[in-house]
Design a protein around this ligand. Structure first.
Ligand code: PLP
Length: 393
């Protein structure tokens, strides 16, 4: 039973604002925060004495994340966020000069910046295809770009941070593989919104975070490396923990010939970790799993439909996202005639205490319908937009 009143009672932040910005940062529920704080306190009190206990707890988190993503735990490495993960994978990919990379026209800087570095340092060429709110159009644009550019790697978001469009990843991966290209998926905006099974999607590589739709601690993220791709990627950095056998600092050769990277994704992890954060992430996954991933997706789908029904006939509203949840997500980008996104975003916060985020292209604001969002939250947004549509910008 999806009991929204008790869900909201565990989120004290909701008392002071209308929170529609999970696409930037999720909200940690009280029971999750309590587990995170407890782990942090224990780490500070007992430190070294409980390292083994914390390591084991972290491995359990890896298992539950693997179950959530439909992959093997050996295929996951923890990172600090999605940006970390994408940068690491792109720095590890064995590009040759002249290789082509295909990406979309709605990517986050977390994808774009490492791609510019790959162009500068490794002489690759990046091409883009257009994402549309119509799935078939996106598929056609991708297919045309794929055959035109013959990329070695495709890098795409699962859900666009600009419009909330859900890209047809299964189809994209099938087409890319048929042409011999690997697929790296940015799941920053999808995991936790609706069930995501990376193995079923067929992608080779992925990165994501724990602080948005999983509503876990900031500073948590992961990379997924499909077993068959592991040897393709050589980490750009190394440290204790990433190699086998354990590095013996009293007997080793500086030519690096007496160690090798671990045979699983943990080759990307080294040094002391923030175990407490990862324990917090595990608590967040458990908390949402108890509510039910399907129930969360259905709740969000209902909210997006409700918002669309409330706004579709409003002459001043510009709706830039898919109206069908299956092709979109809980992220909705809206514009108001005569208002810039920047100004609208500022006034929604200053005058109405509605937390959302400005989008530059398309020019508007992005609202997030999350597992805790209520119809009353949407009413407040709709009333604010109606009021503003009558006010000079
Ligand atoms: C699509 C997309 N990719 C990557 C990122 C960066 O994520 P992180 O904050 O986990 O580094 C974001 C953040 O908003 C995003 O929306």
């Amino acid at each position: 039973m999806y009991d929204l009143a008790s869900i909201r009672a565990q989120l004290p932040a909701l008392a002071s604002c209308t929170y529609l910005n999970t696409g930037t940062l999720g909200l940690m529920a009280e029971p999750v925060l309590a587990r995170y704080r407890e782990a942090l306190d224990r780490a500070h009190c007992f430190g070294y004495l409980i390292l083994d206990e914390f390591r084991e707890a972290t491995e359990r988190v890896r298992l539950s994340l693997a179950e959530l993503l439909g992959v093997r735990s050996e295929e996951l490495a923890f990172t600090g966020n999605t940006t970390d993960g994408l940068a690491l994978v792109l720095a590890s990919f064995p590009f040759r000069a002249g290789d082509r990379i295909l990406t979309s026209d709605q990517e986050h800087p977390a994808v774009l910046l490492p791609l510019t570095l790959a162009c500068r340092r490794r002489n690759v060429v990046v091409e883009r295809f257009g994402v549309s709110t119509e799935k078939e159009e996106t598929q056609e644009a991708f297919s045309a770009a794929l055959y035109r550019t013959r990329p070695r790697l495709v890098v795409v978001s699962h859900v666009s941070c600009e419009t909330g469009v859900r890209l047809p990843i299964e189809e994209i991966t099938r087409m890319a593989h048929a042409e011999g290209a690997c697929v790296l998926l940015d799941t920053a905006q999808s995991i936790g919104q609706f069930p995501v099974h990376l193995a079923d999607l067929g992608v080779d590589l992925a990165a994501g975070n724990g602080h948005k739709w999983l509503h876990g601690p900031q500073g948590t993220g992961f990379i997924y490396i499909r077993q068959g791709c592991l040897d393709l990627l050589e980490p750009p950095l190394v440290g204790d923990g990433a190699v086998v056998p354990p590095f013996d600092r009293h007997a080793f050769r500086f030519d690096g010939t007496d160690w090798c990277f671990r045979g699983d994704a943990r080759r990307f992890e080294y040094g002391t970790r923030d175990w407490a954060r990862l324990i917090g992430l595990g608590a967040a996954i458990e908390y949402l799993a108890r509510l039910g991933w399907e129930a969360i997706a259905q709740h969000q789908a209902h909210l997006v439909t409700t918002l669309w029904e409330r706004l579709e006939n409003h002459p001043s509203i510009r709706w830039y996202s898919p109206t069908n949840y299956q092709d979109g997500s809980g992220l909705v980008t809206l514009g108001l005639a005569g208002w810039s996104g920047e100004r609208l975003s500022g006034v929604l916060w200053e005058d109405f205490r509605i937390v959302q985020r400005r989008v530059q292209v398309p020019d508007g604001v992005r609202v997030s319908c999350a597992y805790f969002t209520s119809e009353e939250d949407l009413d407040k947004l709709v009333r604010a937009l109606e009021k503003l549509s009558r006010r000079a910008c």
